[in-house]
Ligand binder design. Sequence first.
Ligand SMILES: CSC[C@H]1O[C@H](OP(=O)(O)O)[C@H](O)[C@@H]1O
Length: 359
Amino acid sequence: MFSNDDLSSLRWDPVANTVEIIDQTLLPHTLRWVHLDSLEAYCHAIVHMQVRGAPLIGVTAAFGLAHAVARDPSDQSLRSACDALLATRPTAVNLRWALEQVCAEIQPLLPWARAEAALNKALDLRSGDIHSCSLIGDNGLALLQDLYAGRTLNVMTHCNAGWLATIQWGTALAPIYKAHAAGMPVHVWVSETRPRNQGVNLSAWELQQAGVQCTVVADNSCGQLMRSGQVDCVIVGSDRTAANGDVCNKVGTYLKALAARDNEIPFYVALPESTIDWRCPDGDAIPIEQRDAAEVLSVAGVDAAGQALEVNVAAVGTRALNPAFDVTPAGLVSALVTEHGVFAASAAALETLRLQLDR
Ligand SMILES: CSC[C@H]1O[C@H](OP(=O)(O)O)[C@H](O)[C@@H]1O
């Protein structure tokens, strides 16, 4: 699995000198690769969730900055491109992290040297993400093996934290792919994840492509599945984890963490170091993206003839609120699964990691 770029969510086209991304708003019904050939196209792709998922947002933005610098390497161009990309979505810290990584690399350089250095940095971040997510898979696999008792292991996940949210492997789904590859019988409860349906649209598609058994369930049925003993553990991703271990992830994560705690089920968060915000003291300091209410009031899909359509599910004039994320307090998280190992969701454990990494 993941032996080629066809199982990557973003690939570099050296001929066209642009990246190609999968337009995730069309999945699972249509798999379409799209060239991003302007800074506006990169920003549009992130704002409208053609690409989504914290690590993928960061890597995409890095290539977007490299694209802008290749056209105008001036300090002003660098600043305005960073501002435009940073303004696309507020919650996933990988966006800021990736832009800072590229800027740190090229700001000291003379303008004529910046374009190549920016592209090389973006390519490094892309390959680094693949490596980090593979290691997250290895570290998470050890936790699944500890839980495995000779029968199918039932893992619940929320939203999509698979390879579509990163470059390859994913974060929350990486241990599942590793377990499947190792021959462990594993089944995934895929929570649909209203309102953007990343679970039913993306995770279910990914897992089926990989031959991993999965069942889509309504978000609201997950508590009963846990209470009736049908869930061995929950694994989710993160968009920003604070220095005290609080986890900001797709809205609905907090409710699953509460149900898991009530049923004494391990609740794991899988994330790369790039998703830890060392400057953020706790979850209350994390900006929660408020998306268009229309996403709650309508559903997109295809009709019986396979034609794309969007239907309104509420009466005209109905009001809706659409927070895209929530914060799960560190005390509800059993462990943080990173590329550097498994850590307690606590300020002390993360401080140990920070010192280990010299951040
Ligand atoms: C591996 S990060 C995945 C993370 O990103 C998703 O948010 P969105 O689809 O809005 O970008 C969700 O929170 C996932 O857990």
